[in-house]
Design a protein around this ligand. Structure first.
Ligand code: PAD
Ligand code: ZN
Ligand code: ZN
Length: 367
């Protein structure tokens, strides 16, 4: 069948929207018609090469849609089911899965962007195979994905709001609740209050944190942060982020700092703004060739902790329906995250708006 998709053919060049041929789902795979795809910074990082994929690859990993066809052996899903796409495939049986660390599943040793049997499902008009970001490719009208990447949801949810749960919401809220396990009454700083960071702020609200300090260089983002529950803001374009947070916390520093940008400098700031024995949580995806450094002796003598958080340490099929329930109960904001809609053809505009700090989240809507 034919589908239109946003394809990265060359790093740091405009993304190409074109018609591709999509083959039928094989065993344990499903054909999904995409309803909506959020535009996450990780998509832009695939374009820049910070998150490395060989070209060509279809972008998009934050989406939701409707099942149109199921391959042989698929028993948990049916045509018509509404699903969120998970950007990890997990087996459910390996040691990491049994430890409920399913996002760290180690069973699938397949090169990035191929489906689990190591082959392509998408081809361009020249007959070249096209990879799928995170094995999903939500920036395509249709996608064939492993059933392991699907989360079934109730049909009354808007697929547009549900799409955001596929990455930003689960990553941000999960970093606070699952990875860091922030205690009630804690003080929290979130550095970078974009689509993911705003959800870390929502996570801190859900954790009953007492003080939630938003740090960003864009005033507009700090305004968003306040509506999502930040109690204080620090504009890092105007003052030093670490000093700003220290001042608000009367010199002590915060219990938890979340870095949600992907920059070695702001990772160091996160480390510096936590109190002794506090925890810096790194959510941002730093360029794959870069490292960060911190003063080693100080790290020991201050007993600070630095932890990584991937996909909010979530269990997609457990956590995503729970997050949607919180939305229904009015405890999680999803509507307010969506500040602009785009058509697939406008993907390069969506990335330009992201770089200009325009949106909380931009969302691509399909017909
Ligand atoms: P975004 O572009 O919506 O937000 C980034 C925010 O950082 C913006 O508001 C910027 O203004 C702000 N910012 C940039 N530089 C600075 C600075 N020096 N000081 C303070 N603020 C700054 O991105 P996003 O929220 O979609 O993604 C954020 C990161 O999270 C990005 O690295 C992405 O790849 C990563 C991510 N990680 C996971 C995971 O599983 N760990 C999942 C999804 C996204
Ligand atoms: Zn993402
Ligand atoms: Zn596994």
């Amino acid at each position: 069948m034919k589908t239109r998709a946003a394809v990265m053919y060359e790093h740091n060049q405009p993304v190409v929207v074109e018609e591709l041929e999509l083959v039928e789902p094989k065993a344990n795979e499903v054909l999904v018609r995409t309803a909506a795809s959020g535009v996450c910074h990780s998509d832009l990082s695939v374009v820049t090469g910070a998150i490395y994929y060989d070209a060509a690859v279809i972008l998009g990993h934050e989406g939701a849609g409707v099942i149109e066809q199921v391959g042989e052996g698929v028993t948990d899903f049916q045509v018509g089911d509404h699903v969120i796409l998970s950007f990890v495939s997990y087996c459910g049986n390996c040691r990491m899965c049994e430890m409920e660390k399913v996002c760290l599943c180690e069973s699938y040793d397949v090169p990035r962007g191929f489906l689990l049997d190591g082959t392509y499902r998408f081809y361009n008009s020249s007959g070249d195979g096209i990879l799928q970001m995170a094995r999903v490719a939500t920036m395509s009208e249709y996608m064939v994905v492993p059933e392991q990447n699907l989360v079934k949801i109730d049909q009354h949810y808007s697929l547009e709001q549900a799409a955001l749960v596929g990455c930003g919401v689960t990553t941000g809220v999960g970093a606070v609740l699952n990875t860091a396990k922030v205690e009630p009454g804690s003080s929290v700083a979130v550095i970078g209050t974009g689509g993911v960071g705003l959800n870390a702020i929502q996570g801190a609200v859900l954790a009953d944190a007492e003080q939630i300090i938003a740090v960003d260089i864009a005033e507009k983002k700090l305004d968003f942060a306040k509506t999502f529950g930040a109690t204080d803001v620090v504009n890092a374009a105007e003052i030093d982020a670490v000093e700003g947070v220290r001042e608000i916390t009367k010199g002590l520093g915060v219990d938890y700092a979340f870095e949600v940008i992907g920059n070695p400098d702001t990772i160091r700031q996160a480390y510096q703004m936590v109190r002794p024995a506090g925890t810096a949580v790194i959510v941002g995806m730093v360029h794959h060739e870069k490292e960060f450094s911190i003063p080693a002796q100080h790290f020991v003598s201050s007993e600070r902790r630095i932890i990584g958080s991937f996909y909010g340490s979530c269990q997609p099929r457990v956590d995503m329906p729970k997050l949607l329930s919180l939305y229904t109960e009015g405890k999680l904001k999803l509507d307010e995250l969506i500040t602009r809609h785009y058509r697939l053809e406008q993907i390069n505009d969506a990335f330009a708006d992201m770089e200009a700090g325009e949106n909380a989240r931009g969302v691509i809507i399909f017909n």
